[in-house]
Design a protein around this ligand. Sequence first.
Ligand code: ADP
Ligand code: MG
Length: 230
Amino acid sequence: MIEFKDVSKKYDGIFALSNVNLGIDDSEFVFLTGPSGAGKSTLLKLLIREEFPTHGEIYVDEWDIVHLPMERLPHLRRKVGTIFQDFKLLPQKTVFENVSFPMEILGLSDQEISRATKEMLELVRLSDKAYHFPYQLSGGEEQRAAIARAMIMRPDVLLADEPTGNLDPQSAWEVMQLLAKLNSLGTTILMATHNLDISSNLPHRKLEIKEGRVFSDSKKNVSAKEKIHK
Ligand code: ADP
Ligand code: MG
């Protein structure tokens, strides 16, 4: 469960987000849509405490994100995984090393790391590219490797900031199918995109952000329509 209560964020005196109230249930798949500059990335950054809100409260599974002590940030980042438009893979490391990196940092056993990494590579269909370097991959493969890395610690939530922004339509579609699969396995997904081709062709909930405000919420529209028909 993710909750924003009256959240505002100002940069240099200008509101990037104002009075955002929203709730996202466990295992939902939600698109954050809206034009460039609307505040989508800011909203995602607040969830992993990359930024602090100027006002308001944010909860992830009852964790008070705004007041979370610094030493618990690693726990938050394990609970909430992230992927980005530019993949952010480490160029000097192989796919296997990139994907296993979060487990390496935690000092887990080689056996455990090897088992979990192989399993994730199978899930994203990159087993045959395990010992390739990022420059040897297509964009779609790079993003699938980034997804495997984000998922290796089994986060409850995956934040995806324009994950298809650098991909051709076919690769974008494959990434969307992979995200849908992760969602069906129980991961809550919050994906920012300004690409209407992608969001409008899929059934998931759409939260439209405009000028820092929640402009529309397809979930609320549905319930409002249902009420009219009752
Ligand atoms: P989106 O992801 O929807 O394109 P952003 O959340 O990146 O939008 O940005 C929302 C607004 O906040 C924009 O006007 C942007 O210029 C501003 N902004 C974002 N990050 C910063 C920052 N670090 N410093 C100053 N302004 C920022
Ligand atoms: Mg953005």
